[in-house]
Write a protein that binds this ligand. Structure first.
Ligand code: HEC
Ligand code: HEC
Ligand code: HEC
Ligand code: HEC
Ligand code: HEC
Length: 409
């Protein structure tokens, strides 16, 4: 009896040993396989897949011409060495328009004006040109360290056009275009900058007022330079800009920047535009039309000259016209940021309970900032302002009477 059990026990131990060694070997092999597959770079499997795809579609001869190994586009003038084509091998192929990424033929029209050998990839798309691993190359880290400005980021920021973020990069060269085909968000934002008269308070490309900060190189600020205390949700420079455009006072309570009631899409477009304003060294041959300047339009210049000859010339010379119309003196503000001054005499009294003289001597709100940072009025000029505004108000009242008479008839 005893004999048998001991024997049984022994075979049992032997069996255990066997099982343990089998498991051991299996684990060893698995580890080996895992580290082996880590050693094969990701791009190699894309390259063999691409070869198979080409063989399937165009035959073995074409497949034999597919280059292997690391591929890159080097553009000395732009200081770019992008390895994206290591995986995106089909970019310049014909006939792969419907292939899956990363093998698809690139949209053609854009590359006609910007050939890959002269523009590389990251110039438009962003991303880490040197990386050969997809996650690193696409740079999908959530702060703004040069990620591919593509679909994932567009989704993250709930853009209605998921691919629009790239337009920020288009604008580093197309900055001085009034409008650029294919950059709808940037075009819209440029329109808004004119329409809303941002230049009343901001210098942009060397022109504008000084109530707010110079925005010419707004895109050079780093994310840490913004205060996120009052920003809800995710914190990045882009989200700060959007929130600030939607409601400046919510981010910066003491600001005099008006709330323009921008829609989300408009706030996103403006955020993209101001972030595209970087100081970059782009050779002149890469600037369309070789235009490095932002020149006032003929229309703008003509209007200013016309107003300078009329009875409201004083308000043009003193730059009040940047924010105010004085309708009865023929002054028509580009952007109606402040009220029409034709009614100021009565308006200041009813809004602030003060006389115009008193208000101009001790202004509050925006005018306090304007008269301390942007425009100085000597005591004589203040007197002249008041006289002119009284005159404007007299005309306003006369016009009102005339209108009532006309109605009465
Ligand atoms: C290791 C291979 C690899 C490298 C290197 C690589 N990509 Fe990709 N890329 C892919 C794959 C795979 C997809 C499709 C899957 C996806 O969209 O995530 C893709 C998709 C894309 C897309 C379309 C999706 C989107 O986000 O809009 C863009 C744009 C893109 N890549 C740009 C680039 C750029 C620019 C580079 C160079 C900085 C680059 N890729 C480098 C593999 C790569
Ligand atoms: C002049 C700017 C420009 C250059 C240079 C450029 N692209 Fe593009 N790329 C675009 C535009 C514009 C689109 C179309 C986006 C859209 O559909 O809205 C695009 C589309 C793509 C797509 C498909 C994106 C998608 O979401 O479907 C990929 C992938 C891509 N490009 C990769 C590359 C690679 C790789 C290079 C370099 C070899 C490159 N691009 C060079 C502007 C450029
Ligand atoms: C590195 C500078 C650079 C970048 C980035 C760039 N472009 Fe251009 N683009 C040019 C130059 C230079 C020309 C003029 C080419 C010519 O005259 O043939 C041009 C021409 C064009 C044209 C033809 C009409 C015209 O203005 O001459 C369009 C449309 C255009 N670009 C759109 C885009 C879009 C959209 C993007 C972003 C996806 C972009 N560009 C990015 C430099 C750039
Ligand atoms: C009445 C004056 C005024 C007008 C008009 C105005 N701003 Fe501002 N803006 C300011 C002031 C003051 C600040 C600084 C305080 C703050 O951040 O709000 C500012 C801040 C900014 C900032 C943040 C700068 C930074 O880095 O802190 C941006 C961007 C900006 N404005 C863009 C615009 C744009 C675009 C428009 C037109 C749609 C515009 N502003 C119209 C006064 C103005
Ligand atoms: C950068 C834009 C800007 C400039 C330039 C500017 N103003 Fe104003 N002004 C405003 C705003 C905005 C208001 C409305 C009050 C407020 O919101 O604080 C205002 C209000 C006024 C008022 C009170 C009007 C009323 O009906 O209540 C007077 C008067 C006035 N400004 C005179 C002037 C004069 C005179 C100049 C030129 C010396 C001038 N402003 C230049 C933005 C400006």
């Amino acid at each position: 009896m005893d004999h048998k059990t001991i024997k049984d026990k022994l075979t049992f131990v032997k069996k255990d040993k066997l099982i343990i060694s089998i498991i051991g070997i299996a684990v060893f092999l698995l580890m080996g396989f895992i580290s082996y597959s880590y050693m094969i770079p990701e791009w190699k499997s894309y390259q063999s897949e691409f070869k198979e795809l080409v063989e399937e579609k165009f035959g073995p001869e074409r497949a034999a011409t597919v280059p292997t190994g690391l591929q890159q586009v080097y553009v000395k003038e732009l200081n770019k060495a992008d390895r994206c084509i290591t995986c995106h091998q089909g970019v310049e192929w014909k006939g792969l328009e419907n292939a899956p990424e990363p093998f698809r033929t690139h949209p053609k029209e854009i590359l006609e004006k910007h050939p890959v050998n002269k523009f590389a990839c990251t110039t438009c798309h962003g991303g880490q040109g040197f990386a050969t691993d997809m996650h690193d190359a696409h740079g999908l880290i959530k702060d703004w360290e040069e990620p591919v400005l593509g679909r994932d980021l567009g989704e993250f920021y709930v853009m209605s056009d998921k691919k629009a973020l790239m337009q920020m990069n288009c604008n580093s060269c197309h900055r001085y275009d009034k409008s650029t085909k294919g950059a709808g968000y940037i075009n819209r934002a440029k329109e808004l900058v004119n329409e809303k008269g941002c230049r009343a308070c901001h210098v942009i490309n060397g022109r504008g007022g000084t109530v707010g900060p110079d925005l010419t190189y707004e895109g050079m600020k780093s994310p840490e330079q913004f205060n996120y205390e009052r920003i809800k949700g995710f914190h990045s420079e882009f989200s700060w800009q959007i929130a600030h455009f939607k409601n400046p006072k919510e981010s910066v309570p003491e600001t005099v920047m008006p709330n323009f009631n921008f829609s989300s899409a408009d706030a996103q477009a403006l955020a993209m535009l101001v972030m595209s304003w970087k100081k970059e060294h782009i050779p002149i041959e890469y600037i369309p039309g070789h235009n490095f300047r932002d020149i006032p339009t003929e229309e703008e210049k003509e209007k200013e000259e016309r107003m300078l000859k009329g009875p409201g010339a004083f308000f043009v010379k003193k730059n009040c016209f940047v924010c105010h119309s004085v309708s009865t003196l023929g002054i028509d503000a580009a952007a109606q940021i402040g009220p029409d001054l034709a009614m100021a005499v009565e308006d200041v009294q009813s809004r602030f309970g003060r006389t115009l003289d008193d208000f101009l001597e001790k202004p509050t709100g925006t005018m306090e900032v304007v008269l301390s940072t942007m425009i100085t009025l000597t005591p004589e000029e203040r007197k002249e302002t008041i006289e002119k505004l009284r005159h404007a108000y007299d005309i306003y009242q006369q016009q009102k009477k005339d209108a009532q008479l006309a109605k009465g008839k």
